[in-house]
Design a protein around this ligand. Structure first.
Ligand SMILES: [Zn+2]
Length: 99
């Protein structure tokens, strides 16, 4: 599952592992204060755990094609389309998780 960065007005930054189907937190799980999800380097897939160390060619090709989609994500963020970036990023992540 992806790790999201949050910033709490009281506690500062924290990370939360969430399903991509879960909506963003708006209250801090620690203090109950307001928090917001940050758009950062951790948005997207975290290649941890089993299943991501496969070495077969098909898998690499698959990852390569996902990386192309990531470039579309990056273009969106360059255009300042943050919402589009998040939506596209989550859609891509979902595809990878389902594959
Ligand atoms: Zn807090």
């Amino acid at each position: 599952m992806p790790i999201y960065d949050y910033r709490c007005e009281n506690c500062g930054r924290f990370e939360k592992v969430q399903k991509i189907t879960e909506s963003a937190l708006d209250t801090c799980p620690t203090c109950g204060g307001a928090c917001e999800r940050l758009i950062g380097k951790n948005v997207g897939v975290v290649f941890k755990g089993s299943g991501f160390y496969r070495n077969d060619k098909n898998f690499k090709d698959q990852v390569r094609s996902y990386n192309k989609e990531r470039q579309v994500d990056n273009q969106a963020i360059l255009d300042g389309d943050i919402k589009g970036f998040v939506e596209q990023s989550e859609a891509t992540t979902k595809k990878i998780m389902e594959s």
